[in-house]
Design a protein around this ligand. Structure first.
Ligand SMILES: [Zn+2]
Ligand SMILES: [Zn+2]
Length: 175
């Protein structure tokens, strides 16, 4: 494996957070892997498999600074599931507290990881947000070909983060 691959950072980071969360033992067997198919979100947690998938987008300069936050976001989902099972809501107070303890603002705006397929399509729309200039366009379907024109004109790749949300509600940073 490439020594410079970001995945080698997962183990020590997780160990560090687990210590600050005081939940050692819970997370011994977490697996982290890249996914080339995660495009709508930067990461996804699979609590029953103790698995975190990270989008290959995190290798790109535009998103690489988010690596630790996304990893923490997903690992916190695994820990909440281990501690509370299905009793805890996805981005509820237990999850938020773990993010705060790790030093992150518990936001979920561009790293939504709830599978959109589970929602009623009629009530879902998709925000396409430029991480550089925050320009946002909304569509009823994920438009993977859309780019931020302003940023493209400035020589950047103009890639947008696509995030689904209920049609009649604004996305907030907290539950
Ligand atoms: Zn999440
Ligand atoms: Zn832009």
């Amino acid at each position: 494996m490439n020594q410079r691959d970001e995945l080698h950072r997962c183990r020590p980071l997780i160990r560090h957070w687990v210590r600050s969360w005081n939940v050692s033992g819970v997370t011994e067997n977490i697996t982290c892997e890249w996914s080339s198919r995660l495009l709508r979100s930067l990461g996804r947690a699979y609590p029953q498999r103790m698995l975190v998938r990270l989008s290959l987008l995190l290798k790109e300069p535009l998103y690489s600074s988010l690596f630790e936050e996304v990893l923490c976001h997903e690992v916190a989902h695994l820990v909440v599931f281990q501690l509370h099972g299905r009793a805890a809501t996805c981005h509820g107070p237990e999850w938020q507290r773990l993010l705060q303890l790790a030093g992150f603002e518990p936001r979920r705006s561009y790293i939504t990881d709830a599978p959109p397929a589970k929602r009623d399509r009629a009530f879902v729309c998709y925000d396409h947000v430029c991480r550089i200039c925050q320009t946002k366009r909304t569509a009823r379907r994920p438009m993977r070909n859309w780019r931020c024109i302003a940023c493209q004109n400035a020589g950047l790749d103009g890639k947008l983060i696509i995030q689904s949300r209920p049609v009649n509600r604004k996305v907030s940073n907290a539950e």
